[in-house]
Design a protein around this ligand. Structure first.
Ligand code: TEU
Length: 561
């Protein structure tokens, strides 16, 4: 496989509204990110992905864009962003923006012009369709729980399509004029000096040639819109548009791209991330999807640490020899990884968080950390549904009630899965509002900030933060980089519950052992140990000739003969 500059990178996602507030308005901003570049550099991350910073009415926290080439005044100015591009470069870091082109905001001038004249040229930028006997054109349910068609104001029987919120109309990629506008915008940003993009919800741009009903799958009589992704005409269009997008933008710029791609058939991996793929990389969402139900969050089952391991391992095997996945345990759409993958009662324990971190950082692929993950931030407490900000959570709460759950049970469900869990302000210090803002934070900080914060962890050699630093510097250590970045992956001891064990092998033979359980484990060793390269616990590993005892939640990297 051809070597690329980005393969040895470690990514870090910034969700700007909750990262760091420089001006006391309670919301994070770009100057706030600039203030924390030293922190990020010391952590060792080098590929920074900013969730959307464009002007937006915030119906979906910035994923509803009303101007693709601007910076929302809440976050700062274009000059601030240019400074961020320059400052990241100066530190050997690179900046990625979020490319959200399945849909825009209903307040984008394109949609405003389209509404004014649905039969005119801008009408062709969107999907306008007539209803069927007084009902919407088809029975799809969108990703946030409501129907995907909303009526066009003032036009009897005309609807527009939105797979997400009604304020996020889908862009019509079958229109070459729309595609040209998008390519121009993408190139404009790349020419400005960003290194590339995280590409949002992108599999949805290929729509089937006709919008037809699917069998209803919930009491609302609707069917999950993602059924359309399997339609051959939708797949064919997706391939056509992604090839064209790559060839007209990313490829000529040598850009790095990571796709938000769900549910790929292993047979399609090469098309997405192979040497000639649409993207450089894509997120591995196997564990994210594990236990989820098409019925909604109320019917989801929480994955165990063994499920987490099995999901990662099967993705690793599928991607090996094909391309580089981007490995995540959390992002701005998911519960906190510690709260989701660790057993109840262990989510707040740094030793358990470190065992999880060792797995995600040492797999083959690019690790992407989400802000606060390195501190072991956990889910937030929810006292009432009225505290919820996220539109997706509101839809899921309604689905809980429709399924017959009592209000308090519904609250318990959404408290675990809500996207707000990831969106509380980053905990910088034990000072007021966790040092995030001098004003009133737009969303309350997690009350755990007094004990869990960056300042305290910097001073504590046994903190989660310092272990993340060690893992990242191990990946970059010239002695081990070849093996950890480009080496192969091979699982072992998979019959053992709660143990993640795998080889990374190239010029060195590294054995990664992570005990994702609270029981000590006696393990046979597959050969003589040359050196203990990393140990997550102060306890020295109990090494015998042929075996070792792995303490509860202990992660080890052993260099083997
Ligand atoms: O997410 C796409 C997506 O599929 C999610 O809506 C997912 O189904 C949901 O979050 C699961 O909880 C992307 C962005 O990451 C998300 O923040 C946006 O809301 C969405 O696109 C629309 O732009």
């Amino acid at each position: 496989m051809q070597r690329q500059w980005w393969q040895a990178s470690v990514g870090y996602q910034i969700w700007p509204k909750s990262f760091n507030d420089s001006n006391g308005d309670g919301m994070g901003d770009i100057p706030g990110i600039l203030e924390k570049l030293d922190y990020l550099q010391q952590l060792g991350v080098d590929l920074l992905w900013l969730s959307p910073i464009y002007p937006s009415p915030l119906a979906d926290e910035g994923y509803d864009i009303s101007d693709y080439c601007g910076v929302d005044p809440r976050f700062g100015t274009m000059a601030d962003l240019e400074r961020l591009i320059a400052e990241t470069k100066r530190r050997g870091m690179r900046l990625l923006l979020d490319l959200v082109v399945n849909h825009c905001s209903d307040e984008h001038p394109w949609f405003q012009k389209a509404l004014a004249d649905p039969e005119g040229p801008y009408g062709q930028y969107f999907y306008f369709r007539r209803g069927k006997n007084g009902a919407p054109p088809c029975n799809w349910r969108g990703y946030f729980g409501a129907g995907v068609w909303s009526p066009v104001p003032g036009r009897a029987d005309l609807y527009y399509l939105h797979l997400f919120h009604e304020k996020q109309p889908d862009l019509n990629w079958s229109n070459p004029a729309l595609r040209r506008e998008i390519y121009q915008m993408v190139n404009w940003w790349l020419d400005k000096g960003i290194a590339g993009f995280r590409v949002d919800a992108i599999v949805n741009i290929g729509k089937p040639d006709s919008f037809r009903d699917y069998p209803a799958d919930r009491p609302d009589g609707l069917a999950d819109c993602c059924n359309m992704l399997a339609e051959p005409s939708a797949k064919a269009h997706l391939a056509e548009y992604l090839t064209e997008l790559r060839d007209n933008t990313f490829r000529p710029h040598g850009a790095f791209t990571v796709g938000e791609v769900f549910d790929t058939d292993p047979a399609e991996l090469a098309a997405f991330i192979g040497p000639d793929g649409y993207f450089s990389s894509m997120f591995d969402f196997a564990a994210t999807c594990c236990g989820k139900s098409p019925k909604g969050w109320w019917a989801a089952r929480r994955p165990s640490p063994t499920d987490y391991r099995d999901c990662c391992f099967s993705s690793q095997k599928a991607a090996q020899g094909v391309g580089f996945l981007s490995n995540v345990i959390e992002n701005h759409d998911e519960p906190r990884g510690a709260s989701h993958y660790l057993p109840l009662g262990f989510e707040e324990q740094p030793r358990a968080q470190k065992a999880l971190a060792a797995v995600t950082l040492l797999l083959r692929g690019l690790p992407f950390l989400y802000q606060g993950q390195e501190l072991g931030m956990t889910n937030k407490p929810f006292a009432s549904i009225h505290e919820v900000d996220d539109v997706n959570t509101k839809g899921e709460y309604a689905a809980c009630l429709a399924a017959g759950l009592r209000a308090d049970d519904a609250l318990e469900v959404i408290a675990h899965y809500s996207r707000d869990n990831a969106r509380t302000p980053v905990q910088w210090s034990a000072q007021a509002n966790a040092g995030f803002t001098a004003g009133t934070p737009w969303m309350p900080v997690n009350p755990r900030y007094r004990s869990v914060n960056a300042e305290a962890q910097q001073a504590d050699p046994a903190s989660a933060l310092n272990f993340y630093k060690k893992l990242i510097s191990l990946r970059k250590d010239p002695a081990y980089k070849e093996t950890l970045v480009w080496g192969d992956f091979e699982p072992l001891y998979t019959e053992r519950e709660g143990l993640a064990a795998f080889w990374r092998r190239a010029d060195k033979k590294l054995l990664v052992l992570s005990n994702l359980s609270d029981e000590a484990m006696l393990l046979p060793l597959p050969g003589p140990v040359r050196a203990v390269v990393l140990n997550s616990r102060q306890l020295p590993p109990e090494l015998e000739q042929q075996a070792l005892i792995l303490a509860p939640w202990q992660a080890l990297v052993l260099e083997m003969e």
